[in-house]
Design a protein around this ligand. Structure first.
Ligand SMILES: NC(=O)c1ccc[n+]([C@@H]2O[C@H](COP(=O)([O-])OP(=O)(O)OC[C@H]3O[C@@H](n4cnc5c(N)ncnc54)[C@H](OP(=O)(O)O)[C@@H]3O)[C@@H](O)[C@H]2O)c1
Length: 407
C-alpha cells in the first residue's frame, strides 16, 4: 500500500471542487508515477476549516482562493513552514511574484503555477523547462478566452460587442462582471507572468500597458474581412533594444499568423526565438476541469523532486514606445484630395501606407488605411493632426496590426 501524500486545499469553488474530484479519481494512476497516493487532507473556505488546521495536516498546499489577501499571507506561511505550493492565482503572481519566488528559494520549496496562465495549455512548463536554454525574443498570446469568444462571435455572426458579450455571459464564458476580461487586465496579469519567465527580469502587472475590446465595432470586423485580417486581443512580450515591452491590445493578424486561427474560448501562445522560429501551444484557456488538470499536473510534478524556482538574472528596462503597424479608420467628407492630405501628414511622421480601402459615398464615406510599422508616438502624433482636418467627420480610430506571418 503506497504512503499517503497529504494535500491541503485553500478554496473549494469552481476550480477547487473540480480539482478535489479529479485528485480522488486519478489517485490510483498517480501511485505508479510518484510512489505516493495523493489525498485531500484539509479544505479551507470562508465557512469551513482554518488555515492552521489545513497546513498542519498537509505536505503540499494548493491555493485556489483567488485575490491578493489572504491568499498571499497563506502562500507565504505555507512555504515558510516548508510546504510546496501550487496556485492558479494570476493576480497574486503578477503583483507579488518576486516576494513569493524569493520565499520559495529561501525555504527550498517549489511554487508551481501552470494553471495561472492559459488554463491547461502547458506554457509555463515549456518556458521553464523545454525552452529554458533558448533566448526568447517574443511571445504573442491569446490568453483570455472570454474576449476571444466575443471577438470570434462578432466576426462570425456580425454581432455587436454588447450582443456578443451577452451571449458569452449566457453560455458561462463571461462572468456577470466581465470588467477584468474586457478591459485587458486579466490578460495583462498573465503576460506579466510570461514575460517574467521568458526574460528572467522582474515584471509587475503595473508595468504592462493594456487596452480592452469594448470600443471595437462590427464595422472594424467588416474592414478586417476585406483586408484579409482577423481581429484578436493579443498579449505581447518582446525584447526591444536593451529592454522589453509587455502589452495587451486588440490587434489585426494576417491569416498566416498561428494565432489567426484560434477561435472561440480557446487560448494560444506563440513563443519566438531565433533557433526555433516559433512554437505555438493552444487549448482550452479556462474552466474548472481544464484548470484543475493543470493544477493536478503541478501537484504530481511537486511530488517528484526537484524543480527550480525561477530566479531573475536580468534587470531589463520596460519600454512603452515601440514600433507597430496600424489600421486607421476615418469617416471623411466625400471630396477630392482627402487621401493626399492624410498621406502627407502620415509621411511627415515617417509612416508609409501598405493598403487602402475606400467605401461609401457622401455622408457614409470611409477611408481605411493599413500602415507599415512605425513608432507608436509618431503614429499618434500624426493621428492627432489628421483628427483636426476639416474633412474628418469623427475621431479617427486606430487598431494595431501584427504583420508577422509564418508560412
Ligand atoms: N474559474 C476558472 O476558470 C479559472 C481559470 C484559471 C485560473 N483560475 C484561478 O483559480 C482561482 C480560483 O478560481 P475559482 O473560479 O475557482 O474561484 P471561486 O469559484 O470564486 O472559488 C473561490 C474559493 O475560495 C474560497 N475563498 C475565497 N476567499 C476566501 C477567504 N478569504 N478565506 C477562505 N476561503 C476563501 C471561496 O470560499 P466560499 O466557498 O466560502 O465562498 C471559494 O471556495 C483564482 O485565482 C482564479 O483566478 C480560475
Amino acid at each position: 500500500m503506497a504512503e499517503t501524500f497529504r494535500v491541503g486545499l485553500l478554496g473549494h469553488g469552481t476550480v477547487g471542487t473540480a480539482f478535489a474530484e479529479m485528485l480522488a479519481e486519478r489517485a490510483d494512476a498517480i501511485v505508479p508515477v510518484t510512489g505516493l497516493r495523493p489525498e485531500i487532507t484539509g479544505i479551507l473556505t470562508r465557512s469551513r476549516g482554518t488555515f492552521d488546521e489545513v497546513l498542519s495536516s498537509a505536505d503540499l498546499i494548493v491555493e485556489l482562493m483567488g485575490g491578493i489577501e489572504p491568499a498571499r499571507e497563506y502562500v507565504l506561511a505555507a512555504m515558510r513552514a516548508g510546504r510546496h505550493v501550487v496556485s492558479a492565482n494570476k493576480q497574486l503572481l503578477s503583483q507579488h511574484g518576486e516576494e513569493l519566488w524569493a520565499c520559495a528559494r529561501e525555504h527550498g520549496v517549489q511554487l508551481r503555477f501552470e494553471g495561472a496562465v492559459a488554463g491547461v495549455v502547458p506554457v509555463i512548463r515549456v518556458l521553464q523547462e523545454s525552452l529554458v536554454a533558448s533566448r526568447v525574443e517574443r511571445i504573442h498570446g491569446i490568453v483570455n478566452g472570454t474576449t476571444n469568444y466575443i471577438l470570434t462571435e462578432m466576426a462570425r455572426s456580425g454581432l455587436s460587442y454588447a450582443e456578443a458579450l451577452g451571449q458569452a455571459q449566457e453560455l458561462g464564458y463571461a462572468e456577470a462582471d466581465p470588467t477584468d476580461d474586457v478591459t485587458g487586465r486579466d490578460a495583462a496579469a498573465k503576460m506579466a507572468i510570461l514575460a517574467r519567465l521568458a526574460f528572467s527580469t522582474p515584471v509587475h502587472l503595473d508595468q504592462v500597458v493594456y487596452e480592452g475590446i469594448e470600443h471595437l465595432t462590427g464595422e472594424d470586423m467588416e474592414y478586417a474581412r476585406d483586408l484579409g485580417l482577423g481581429l484578436k486581443l493579443i498579449g505581447t512580450a518582446e525584447r526591444v533594444d536593451d529592454g522589453i515591452s509587455v502589452r495587451v491590445h486588440p490587434a489585426f493578424l494576417y491569416a498566416g499568423h498561428p494565432l489567426a486561427s484560434v477561435h472561440g474560448p480557446f487560448n494560444a501562445v506563440t513563443v519566438e526565438s531565433e533557433a526555433i522560429t516559433e512554437v505555438t501551444l493552444s487549448g482550452p484557456g479556462a474552466g474548472g476541469p481544464q484548470t484543475a488538470t493543470a493544477v493536478l499536473g503541478d501537484v504530481v510534478s511537486a511530488m517528484i523532486p526537484p524543480a527550480s524556482t525561477p530566479e531573475t538574472t536580468d534587470s531589463l528596462a520596460v519600454v512603452n514606445d515601440v514600433e507597430s503597424a496600424f489600421y486607421l479608420h476615418m469617416e471623411v467628407a466625400d471630396r477630392p484630395g482627402v487621401l493626399a492630405q492624410v498621406a502627407e501628414l502620415l509621411g511627415m511622421q515617417g509612416a508609409s501606407i501598405r493598403s487602402v480601402v475606400q467605401k461609401g459615398l457622401g455622408e457614409n464615406a470611409r477611408l481605411v488605411l493599413i500602415l507599415h510599422p512605425l513608432l507608436e508616438s509618431r503614429f499618434y502624433a500624426a493621428v492627432q493632426l489628421i483628427g483636426q482636418l476639416d474633412f474628418i467627420r469623427s475621431a479617427p480610430r486606430a487598431i494595431r496590426v501584427i504583420d508577422e506571418e509564418f508560412t
